[in-house]
Design a protein around this ligand. Sequence first.
Ligand code: HEM
Ligand SMILES: [Cu+2]
Length: 758
Amino acid sequence: MNRALVEASALGLLAVSCLLLWVRLRRAAGPQSDGGYPTRERLRFELDHLRRQLARWLTTTDHREVGILYIVFGTVAGLWGGVDAMMLRTELLTPPTDIWSPETYNALFTTHGITMLIFFVLPVFYGVGNYFLPLLLGADDMAFPRVNALGFWLLPPALLLARAGLFVQVGGQLLSPVFPQETIRFFLTLREVSVGWTLYAPLSVQSVNPQIDLLLIGLHLSGVATTLGAINFIVTIVYERAEDVTWANLDIFSWNMLVTSGLVLFAFPLLGSAILMLLLDRNFGTTFFAVEGGGPILWQHLFWFWGHPEVYILFLPATGLLSTILPKFVGRRLFGYKFIVYSTLGLGILSFAVWAHHMFTTGIDPGIRASFMANSIVIAIPSAIKVFNWLTTMWDGDIRTTAPLILAAGSIGTFIVGGVTGVFLAVIPVDILYHGTYYVVGHFHLIVVGIIPFMMIAASYYWYPLLTGRWYDRRLAQFQSVLLIFGSTVTFTTLLIIGGLGLPRRQAVYPPEYQFASQIATVGAYVIGLAALLWLYNMVASYWQGDPVRTTDPWNLKATGQFTREWQWFEGRMVEKYDVTPAEPETVRPAYDPEGEPSGLLGGVGTVAQTVSRNAWMAAVGGFVGTVLMSGGLGTAILIGVLDPASFGEIAELVGLPASPLLGTLLFLIGGTVTWPLVFLAFQEYLPGRLLFETGLVFATLISTGFVVAFYTGQAGLALIGYVGFVVVAHWAYGLGLSVTFQYLRRRQRAKRGRGGG
Ligand code: HEM
Ligand SMILES: [Cu+2]
């Protein structure tokens, strides 16, 4: 099939349907003032209006309007890159290349990567930053409003240059039946670039396609734009804060934009230089990346010195949004603010020290390679700190399952899998096996499709009332969020699996035995596409049809003391414009109060020790009840033969005693009665909130995972299912026994104390 025409038509169709929807809804929304026919007068008025609007949007330097321009631009680029992705996955429905040619397939994954990574993600985050940073900081505008507008307006030409191949190809195809070949030669020579998004030398130097040069110029331009934006963010955050916004209470999203901008400042100029060197090599005979000059590996060093920080440049703003939005829907302030800030700074610095993990297979010095392995593994620590703080923020929260919360929770999940697979890849021997496979594709897509767009969409829902004064369709949004999480999980875990089986990435053909898995991944991708369209529809339609927001606190944030600055601004505007009275906080069940949070890591140790010693006897009784209940479950498992009693001997072996099942059982009873309840108590002190059934069950589920792994004795099939099932249920019985007894004893103690006092 003809790729250029298909892609151009798909995009055209999307644009036309959005436009039609917009016009139709607009008509339906506004009452016609006179109900008459469109007269010439009226037409002129409409045109005037259009001209004024155009002038306004083309020349604006207002931070909120520039922000919207950025977001719209990024969304268009995202849809464009998304069409590439759908076309890629469509080719992979069948093993041979029966839809696109291999060359076209190569072009698709090249432009898909570049469009998404350069023109989609950062522009959207810059847009969100532009709109909200001044509101969050209490500033009037960005520090340099005109530089801001300039930075934005460099982007559309950059995108057009980068993707000129598509237009030129379509042009050539439309013109060639009419004009002779020689006159339209220009249109026939340019093709979309197909050398891979990483533009590796020597292929990128030797390919004759002149579109590569246009792409390089486009990338350079976008790099300039990105750097201008970063300078603006840094200066705004450092110098334009209101008096009462200090470093200690700067909101997390601003912190993330600050660190991201710092990374941009160090990474992008380097990419710009590398691009110029490549242009010189291609056109003026220099030898920066030629074998007889600097060598092709030099390109990889320069590229990834930008490239790895770039993935954190894309990722950090998403974590900032998560840390901002999540607490609002669990009724509790962010847990461990300080640690989140430090981990963000840590990620920023470390991200410059790991670039060669993309080059483990290139034959760089093994000693250097090992140090990059160490650094890459270390980077998991700040990432994990964020995850633990998010989980702790949710723990025992008053969770409201709105679309933003669903997406935030989904983001945490996909990030854990995406991050852990990254740690595996950071290990040299593992990477050498998987570098060229779909495993890598699965790893990074769980992040670049998981948390990044998830949080963009979550933010679009969360701030929709503030942006438009209307509600989005909330039922549709919940459905869309679940659909998106489902589609991504199906697609990218499938890619991890087929990568683990060894399927090479970046190839249009594959062995037939992978067809079924490949089709699952494609169907998952279509589900993602559908979810994206539903989101777009919701955004456009609700702008005209959504319920008007009548309160100044649409998310009831006042109740939990989280009515942050941007909402205060919104309240001010609502009061001024519509004369509504500021909302009163509705009461909600009291949530954990972070004021009492232990300061620092060691600060908590004393408190934990106190709680543990004070409650030790209650814990022991609870642990005993739990252990008895659990023994029932495990006993049944032994009776029906899915758990081998000999495995109890291993417990004894584990602590250095002879492998006797009897000794092991004794240890098991002591462990269940003494050790686990104490660990549980210590945990419970660290995790905010009260002891609940759920807490007990979560804890028991965690222990049972360890148990399942430790005592697995080679069961397969149904026996394995039975084994896992019984172990989990037995541990749940334990958790239930523990927490119920504990609660019961505590309540009795309190009642007794109450009587004694009165
Ligand atoms: C826990 C932290 C992370 C670790 C340890 C890690 C590790 C790695 C490693 C070792 C590779 C190279 C695999 C190979 O090509 O053989 C890789 C590839 C990649 N990672 Fe990560 N990563 C992490 C987080 C991220 C994040 C947050 C993003 C994106 C926002 C990301 C995006 C990518 C991309 C795009 C590639 C593939 C580049 C390509 O070859 O086309 N990673 N990661
Ligand atoms: Cu990397």
